[in-house]
Design a protein around this ligand. Sequence first.
Ligand SMILES: N[C@@H](CCC(=O)N[C@@H](CS)C(=O)NCC(=O)O)C(=O)O
Length: 211
Amino acid sequence: MSTSDRHVTLHYAPNTRATAVSALLDELSADYMLDVYNLQAGEHLSESYRAINPLAKVPALSCRGEVITEQVAIYIFLADLYPEAGLAPAVSDPLRGPWLRWIAYYGSCFEPAVIDRAMKRDAAPRAMSPYGSFDEMLAVLEGQLAKGEHLLGERFSSADILWGSALAWMVGFGLLSPSPTTSAYIERIAARPSMQAARARDAELVAARAG
Ligand SMILES: N[C@@H](CCC(=O)N[C@@H](CS)C(=O)NCC(=O)O)C(=O)O
């Protein structure tokens, strides 16, 4: 596969879930470009963007004529697309299953729990709730984070970019009171040059609009 076969367009808006995806692309030294939308101006609601993502959400990727939406798919797809960066355990690696588990946990358990909390809704009855209770969901995650520097222990992976950025957002919104270990994890991921560069670029994009 040549480098150009791996060119990715990231459909993007600053200060959103797409920001950390751009950091992941830098971590992977990927060949990519940004297709930037102004959410405040409603640019993502256009017919042309709905042709890419009918839900009119970012992030979305275009690669080799296909569209990939949903963060959990994107964090798996990109790390697999650039395996030489080592951010996706190989299928033969014992850490492959845990890596998939924690990325899926984000979409299946963490997001629904956080949205319920943000909306001040109780979890659905236990048998219907995709995450049990908020406290259980968080305790399971924090138990994993206590095992090492990264979600997979010593091994840094694309899952850390997803989780580090999501946890930072949730703390910023006042939806989480993290343990000291989780706070240290959030800071560790936020300090990565890729994350700092993504935040700086977002500030420039927003400032350029204001100007
Ligand atoms: N299920 C999507 C959710 C993406 C999402 O909610 N993106 C927000 C930005 S952080 C968005 O596009 N909001 C614009 C809108 O809904 O109008 C995923 O996990 O990728």
